[in-house]
Design a protein around this ligand. Structure first.
Ligand SMILES: Cc1cc2nc3c(=O)[nH]c(=O)nc-3n(C[C@H](O)[C@H](O)[C@H](O)COP(=O)(O)OP(=O)(O)OC[C@H]3O[C@@H](n4cnc5c(N)ncnc54)[C@H](O)[C@@H]3O)c2cc1C
Length: 403
């Protein structure tokens, strides 16, 4: 079938990149992005500069409105509620129907709800969309007691930003320290201690119920105690948005299943970003990624694939996070067999490297070590064998080892 029109459902990083790459790779047919939130915007600032008020709504747009006009990309403000993939039709909530030769699902994820009594109260906050960030920003003020359930990447970033805005913050997580799978135990410990060093209360435990009354919210803990707070934010990960894929009978398993070309189980439908999960040709399911660069990469792959072009090579996965004035990055995976080498200075861990049992690097994470992570990425992608003693030495520039 010729490719004359593409409908992208979801205008986050993955959907936007698909559109941008289709145009830059020469597609001149009809192109539409459907999203109830209108013009595509970037999510990482929502817990950082946007929440702090340092960047405006316009400043987090992925492109200005003029770009969409110039590129002939229609932004359709609306929510898709069903697909008829055999006809290439996307049905919107208001009854409109859009038809395309191909459909790309880029629906991202919804904040995971806390499955306990009170966990879904309207007053319990989440942070996934710009509206969520606006709501939280409107409530935050000096002295307000904010309890954040979940001290992962978004919980920790939001804690840092709320503290800067003067809130009295308590972070609750069942694990101490959290984030070990992302950055390894040493860096996770250092990052977690930064919270207490800056005056954030840390509570290790599992909330079992949330109640609300005139005095505020009360979080009942499995340890028996209760945490009182004016505001409660839940940051315990996301659930991939697969309702549309389900409506079309596509294969789903914690994400819409795609092959390495981002093709779903229906030949007219592709899926990208946080909502998609790769199933290899041999049936192996990869871990579903929930990072910005992965969203961008899958959009690029989908565009190349739709146009019948060679697929781009992306290399090891990468993420970043910012909190308390430090920048964290990770590449590859810190989870797996083998050994971990820690690079320290004066007893302070700066970077961790995971070496596979055969000695090749499988993952690296660093605090304020962007250049180290960039070199590690090259070492991982090119399978360069490096000496663990040199990895551990903070005076050796990793770039030299990556040559
Ligand atoms: C607060 C926050 C901070 C983050 N910080 C970082 C960071 O520092 N580093 C990092 O690597 N990653 C970070 N991330 C993760 C990163 O933003 C995501 O991985 C990325 O946004 C995923 O892009 P996506 O396009 O797949 O999904 P999304 O960005 O979730 O976009 C999906 C879009 O689909 C739309 N949609 C859903 N259902 C429908 C429907 N039925 N019809 C039409 N449209 C629909 C939604 O409205 C949404 O706009 C952060 C995420 C958040 C929320």
């Amino acid at each position: 079938m010729s490719l004359e029109s593409v409908i992208i459902v979801g205008g986050g990083m993955a959907g936007f990149t698909t559109a941008k790459e289709l145009r830059s790779r020469g597609f001149d047919g009809q192109l539409a992005i459907v999203d109830p939130e209108g013009l595509p915007y970037d999510r990482p600032p929502l817990s950082k500069d946007y929440l702090l008020g340092n960047r405006s709504g316009d400043q987090i747009l992925l492109s200005a409105a003029a770009w969409f006009e110039e590129q002939g990309v229609d932004v359709v403000t609306g929510r898709a509620v069903a697909l008829r993939p055999d006809d290439g039709v996307v049905v919107l909530e208001d009854g409109r129907e859009l038809a395309g030769d191909r459909i790309v699902l880029a629906t991202g994820g919804a904040a995971r709800r806390l499955d306990i009594p009170g966990g879904s109260l309207d007053s319990v906050l989440e942070l996934r969309s710009r509206a969520d960030a606006d709501r939280l920003r409107g409530l935050l003020r000096p002295g307000i007691r904010l309890a954040i359930i979940g001290a992962g990447l978004i919980g920790a970033e939001t804690a840092s930003s709320a503290l800067t805005l003067g809130a009295d913050v308590t972070l609750i997580d069942p694990i101490d320290p959290p984030l070990v799978p992302a950055v390894g135990p040493e860096l996770a410990g250092r990052l977690h201690r930064m919270h207490t060093d800056r005056g954030i209360g840390l509570v290790t435990g599992i909330p079992t119920a949330i109640t609300v009354d005139d005095a505020g919210h009360h979080i009942v803990m499995d340890t028996g105690g209760t945490i009182d707070a004016d505001l409660v934010l839940v940051g315990i990960g996301i659930v991939p948005e697969t309702a549309l894929a389900a409506s079309a009978g596509l294969d789903i398993d914690n994400g819409t299943l795609v092959d390495e070309h981002q093709r779903t189980s229906h030949p007219r439908v592709y899926a990208v970003g946080d909502s998609s999960r790769t199933r290899r040709a041999d049936g192996t399911l990869l871990r579903r990624a929930e990072h910005w660069e992965h969203a961008m990469n899958t959009g690029t792959t989908a565009a190349a694939s739709l146009l019948g072009q060679d697929l781009p090579a992306h290399g090891a996965s990468w993420f970043w996070s910012d909190r308390h004035g430090v920048h964290v990055e990770g590449v590859g995976s810190m989870v797996g067999e083998g050994s971990v080498v820690v690079r320290e200075r004066d007893g302070v861990p700066l970077a961790s490297f995971r070496l596979d049992p055969d000695g090749y690097m499988g993952g690296c994470a660093a605090i304020d070590g962007g250049l180290t992570v960039r070199a590690a990425r090259r070492i991982i992608d090119r399978r360069i064998l490096v000496d663990p003693a040199q990895l551990a030495d903070p005076d050796i520039d990793l770039k030299k080892l990556a040559r």
